[in-house]
Design a protein around this ligand. Sequence first.
Ligand SMILES: Nc1ncnc2c1ncn2[C@@H]1O[C@H](COP(=O)(O)OP(=O)(O)O)[C@@H](O)[C@H]1O
Ligand code: SF4
Ligand SMILES: [Mg+2]
Length: 337
Amino acid sequence: MNFILDVKNLEKRFELTSGFLNSLTFKNGKLTKEKKAVHAVNGVSFAIKKGEVFSLVGESGCGKSTTARTVIKLYEPNNGEIFFEGNDITNISRKEMLKYRSKIQMIFQDPYASLNPRQKVIDIIMEPILFHKLANSKQEAEQKAFAVLEKVGIRPEQAYRFPHQFSGGQRQRIGIARALALEPELIVADEPVSALDVSIQAQILNLMMDLKEELNLSYLFIAHDLSVIKHISDRIGVMYLGKIVETGTTEEIFSNPKHPYTKALLEALPKINGKNMVDFKGLKGEVQSPINLPKGCYFCDRCNESLDICHHTIPVEQEITKDHYVSCHLYKGKDNE
Ligand SMILES: Nc1ncnc2c1ncn2[C@@H]1O[C@H](COP(=O)(O)OP(=O)(O)O)[C@@H](O)[C@H]1O
Ligand code: SF4
Ligand SMILES: [Mg+2]
């Protein structure tokens, strides 16, 4: 299979270094000092085919951004493997990673924070082109920058303005142009429309999909809301507390959800006659702490369908139907029935 990105059993934790009190725990009646960590990503596996849009979805804090940042090596993984176009990039040095940097580009949630406010747009786009030596002269870099800005709907005369002179939607267009300037193959888009008005969200999503077709891009798309990714994703991975609990085609996830958490996310989608519901309807409690992970299923405390086994045994991933995987004790794999 021709995967552009193949991630296997990825783990990322952040060691808690500060606070002596934070490191103290009671064990067998004794106060013990223990190294603690935020377990942000706990064994995530997924693969993206060339030209595919794979989306990760889940509540805030479930480890989506950390997964994205670890995959592109902004963070070093604690465990697991990352393959880009079949090349193992898990442990390569920063210098070696430079040759993949231009091929994998990231688009961020807050376009304003990710654009240098003191640089004119033309310079923002030209800088990476020159750094990665994708142009032989400043003039050629400028031409490339104009071309890519045109692709995202920014006119040449606007290129000499500063980021604050643009609207949120236009700034995200500039963020996309900066990513495209390096002629990437994979775009990692971390909640690229979450900060935008609903009316602008559709424009940006449409632009991203048009560019995908035109430039033969693949996407790792991240969202906290299933409605945002419904129309753009080929496949979806639902994340909870640093794990993917269900993966399937968009059609399967929406028409045949299996995991209780996926069902809850779908129930929380705005209803035709109702108001937008921000809360996850049907879910009790809050997401458990990623510092003290539960022993069994991570979703156990909030699940309405939990069994005894759920409290002490982590469910393993099962294939329910072709390309539809679920980690939940309620289901047996199609080969175990
Ligand atoms: N640099 C960091 N240091 C410590 N904890 C972090 C860091 N980045 C993220 N976390 C924690 O890791 C968990 C996952 O965060 P994140 O990946 O940002 O989730 P999401 O993008 O799904 O909202 C959260 O508990 C968050 O507080
Ligand atoms: S494994 Fe158990 S607790 Fe976890 S989602 Fe399935 S039924 Fe609920
Ligand atoms: Mg995030």
